[in-house]
Design a protein around this ligand. Sequence first.
Ligand code: HEC
Ligand code: HEC
Ligand code: HEC
Ligand code: HEC
Ligand code: HEC
Length: 172
Amino acid sequence: MELAPPWKAPWFLGFGFFFAVGWFLFGWVWPAPSPRQPLRYNHAVHIANGMGCVDCHAGGRDQERATLPGLDTCLMCHQEAVTESSEEEKIRAFAAAGREIPWAQATRVPRHVYFSHRRHVALGGLECVDCHGAMETRTEPPRYPVGPTTMDACLDCHEQRKVDNDCNRCHR
Ligand code: HEC
Ligand code: HEC
Ligand code: HEC
Ligand code: HEC
Ligand code: HEC
């Protein structure tokens, strides 16, 4: 009997079919990554150009929410093209359309949890990197949370630093 080349073998088609179904169900739908950002923002080039974290995340040090930057922040430097990037061009397209850039927030805790940047950064003396890792090396938007979003992650650090883990400190 002659062996069929692999791409003709039924098992190969079956494998291909179920691999595609599995990829669709588990690789794409199940881990539910945040939606892609409207623009491929690059942290690394901006930090390399001397910008600081709170230049764009104004509340990161002394407010509850760090916040994501509005279009006006980007336009301070991108009113005119500074690169040949088509991603950069999108900034002015949003401006021309009179729309904000609809950033999607990947790192978040549920509404029943109270978290304050001020408490941790201004009062607690922590740095952004302690929770968010090396954002200054990222050349693309993260698609998964980049920080402590599980209860264990909060409790672990609090234990290490002798912070009270009473339930109602976080669940108000
Ligand atoms: C203080 C000035 C400044 C601000 C504010 C600023 N940028 Fe930039 N941006 C730059 C400079 C300088 C470069 C060019 C970097 C290089 O080529 O070395 C750049 C490059 C870019 C590029 C193309 C480079 C790449 O690799 O993708 C994009 C896209 C971009 N910026 C998006 C943004 C967005 C979105 C905002 C607002 C959230 C923003 N920038 C705010 C200075 C700024
Ligand atoms: C020029 C503006 C700019 C600067 C400077 C900047 N960021 Fe950002 N940052 C953004 C934008 C725009 C987004 C949303 C797009 C993305 O996720 O890349 C973002 C996203 C983030 C997120 C993810 C939020 C989420 O969706 O989970 C974190 C965390 C963050 N930045 C931390 C930092 C830290 C730490 C620094 C300093 C090392 C910094 N950023 C500097 C503009 C900036
Ligand atoms: C103790 C850990 C911790 C530190 C330190 C910290 N963050 Fe966060 N960050 C978080 C958590 C948790 C969230 C999700 C908060 C939520 O859902 O409201 C978050 C959310 C964010 C977001 C998403 C947008 C928003 O408004 O919440 C940005 C941007 C961000 N942080 C930037 C920063 C920057 C910049 C610094 C340093 C100045 C910083 N963070 C320091 C834990 C931290
Ligand atoms: C990297 C360490 C670290 C992580 C991660 C962390 N915390 Fe904290 N947290 C601290 C420190 C340090 C303090 C004490 C700040 C001070 O001195 O005021 C604190 C204080 C607090 C307080 C005030 C406690 C009180 O006594 O009232 C709350 C609420 C809180 N954190 C919530 C959270 C939540 C929610 C998370 C997870 C989403 C989290 N923290 C993750 C280090 C951390
Ligand atoms: C330092 C902050 C912190 C403290 C202290 C804390 N929690 Fe939580 N808790 C969280 C965070 C953050 C989440 C959200 C986890 C997620 O979405 O995965 C959460 C989620 C929960 C949930 C929802 C379950 C789920 O999987 O979403 C319950 C129930 C809960 N906590 C009970 C408690 C109880 C009981 C205590 C006291 C023994 C406690 N928590 C103390 C931060 C805290």
